[in-house]
Design a protein around this ligand. Structure first.
Ligand code: HXC
Length: 514
């Protein structure tokens, strides 16, 4: 064969494989409002940067009629490319080929690109659109998933792992994302469940739609399995690209620095926070008032809204913000908000991102529900995460810092590097009302006018403890600052923490509360 004929033969083979599951299956995919696997990959990556590997891989299954089936690329696309000029590894399951189900060769392709990503220290983006383990391939499919889960764990904290759910994902197709750092979902397109509605109906007799069981909203609002929610695949791809501007390519690097920008003038910090500690406000506006260009990229926006987490920049450098949200449940800590914050703190710590904590909360949420849901072990996760973190850690107490919440929200005792408080800060074991009712109960009960006595004692307690000066006198707070000074204090403390060294006792790994 001449070279030209060889080349023509190659082109023909490629063309055939690029048809995926064929025209009919592609039409079905399009009718569901979904892009094809290749369209997804090329939309996320820089133009013409995608390089595909293992295009000619075929399955080797021989049971249940599989010997007669040709599955192009075995239902998954893998390759490398760039995003904003920086290299990434990517895979995309192709639902048009056997429902993107995962057989042995399909899994080998994914593990090959995972191994590349880890060796080359570049982020891994996985697009999941799969019915899970390929039933006809039995234990080989399970083995394939096992190999993926192992690598997800190996890569955890070394390279960023992003999972994009773009179809009905079942079984192993959701466990791998759950082991990764960030999960993206899209309205009407993403579904995640361990077992689908059919199995649930057969086993439990319960009827539920795919959407109600594991749609995009369910996972971004109720379960907390998803970190980013979008209305369309294209919006989701923009979120992926934006996230990558904030995080480093691996744990041996810092995130890329951008030119510093001041916050937008419409965010005036002194006008955001009401002086009355019972009045709510949106803490995100405080973050915008102190971050470069007022650009705050929120994570898990719709889950456990009583705490806010996300990335911004200060002086061009990425910062992770953890902030109580007084607008929701007065910003209390509970099971979900503790989980949400703790994982983010560990992410920032793994990837060299300084953490700025903004505090305004009345403590942990009391109640039978929370106690029985395990608020003790969930709440302990924040204590563990902040104590464990060795990146620069700075806290600003805005108003309330009561009880366990005061300790948990990156206090001096969790080894915060810098602790600042506004003059409106109230640092105490509990709120003045509750405290007065307990410690002055007898005086109030025995008073001629108990209500007047209660008011007097509340005022007395407030005067003594509900301010930042008792804590400042002990050095637990480094200084009390005016709200307008907040950004400059933070910029300075981040700058001086640039070469922070904080060594901890050697250990294999800790055992965080679960
Ligand atoms: C083999 C599969 C498959 C699977 C889908 N297909 N899932 N083939 N193994 N797991 C095939 C279908 O047979 C069909 O092939 C094509 O993909 C499209 O599937 P449809 O059912 O027509 O699509 P849709 O109606 O959109 O439903 C999608 C679905 C459903 C919800 C994902 O297919 C489904 O419930 N699949 C099974 C899910 C599941 O229970 N998986 C096993 C999980 S256990 P044709 O040839 O007709 O086009 C697991 C173990 C790992 O993953 C656990 C680790 C902890």
């Amino acid at each position: 064969m001449s070279l030209k004929r060889n080349i023509l033969d190659l082109r023909k083979r490629k063309e055939k494989v690029l048809q995926g599951g064929g025209e009919k299956a592609i039409q079905k995919q399009v009718a569901m409002g979904k892009l094809t696997a290749r369209e997804r990959v090329t939309s996320i990556l820089d133009e013409d940067s995608f390089h595909e590997y293992d295009l000619f891989v075929e399955h080797e299954a021989r049971d249940f009629g599989m010997e007669k089936k040709q599955l192009h690329g075995d239902g998954v696309i893998i390759g490398t490319g760039t995003i904003y000029g920086e290299p990434v590894c990517i895979f995309a399951q192709d639902f048009t080929v056997a429902g993107g189900s995962l057989g042995l060769m399909h899994a080998r392709k994914i593990t090959k690109i995972m191994d590349h990503a880890l060796k080359m220290r570049v982020p891994l983006i996985g697009i999941n659109d799969s019915g899970g383990a390929r039933i006809q391939e039995g234990v080989n499919s399970l083995a394939g998933y096992g190999e993926i889960f192992f690598r997800n764990t190996l890569a955890s904290g070394v390279i960023p792992q992003l999972s994009v759910i773009l179809g009905p994902c079942a079984g192993g197709a959701v466990y791998s994302p759950a082991l990764t750092d960030f999960v993206f979902v899209v309205e009407n397109i993403s579904k995640m469940f361990i077992t689908g509605p059919e199995v649930i109906k057969t086993v439990l007799g319960e009827e539920i739609s795919m959407e109600e069981l594991g749609g995009a909203r369910v996972h971004s609002e109720i379960t907390g399995n998803a970190h980013f929610y979008a209305q369309s695949e294209y919006e989701c791809f923009e979120q992926i690209k934006k996230l990558l501007t904030f995080i480093p390519w691996h744990n041996g690097k810092k995130a890329k620095a951008f030119p510093p920008k001041p916050p937008k003038p419409e965010y005036k910090i002194e006008e955001i926070v009401p002086a009355d500690p019972t009045q709510p406000y949106d803490i995100r506006n405080v973050i915008k008032a102190i971050s470069d260009d007022s650009d705050f990229f929120e994570i898990m926006e719709n889950f456990a809204k009583n705490i806010v987490i996300g990335f911004g920049r200060m002086n061009g450098e990425t910062v992770g913000f953890v902030a109580n949200q007084p607008m929701v449940l007065a910003g209390v800590l509970d099971c979900d908000s503790s989980d949400k914050a703790a994982r983010f703190i560990r992410y920032c710590d793994s990837f060299n991102i300084p953490i700025v904590t903004l505090e305004d909360m009345p403590g942990y949420l009391p109640g039978v529900d929370q106690e029985h849901m395990g608020v003790i072990r969930h709440g302990a996760k924040i204590l563990y995460a902040y104590s464990e973190a060795t990146v620069p850690k700075i806290t600003v107490i805005i108003r309330k810092a009561y009880g366990g919440g005061y300790i948990a929200m990156n206090s001096r005792h969790m080894k915060a590097d810098f602790m600042f408080a506004w003059p409106t800060a109230e640092i105490a074991v509990m709120g003045p009302e509750g405290a007065a009712n307990i410690i002055f109960r007898k005086e109030i009960m025995n008073a001629e006018d108990p209500e007047a006595m209660r008011k007097e004692k509340v005022a007395e307690y407030k005067e003594k403890f509900a301010n930042p000066y008792v804590a400042a006198a002990k050095g637990y707070i480094d200084t009390v600052i005016e709200p307008e000074e907040t950004r400059n204090m933070l910029l300075h403390s981040i700058e001086v923490s640039n070469n922070k060294v904080d060594r901890r006792p050697a250990k294999k790994h800790g055992i965080p509360p679960f």
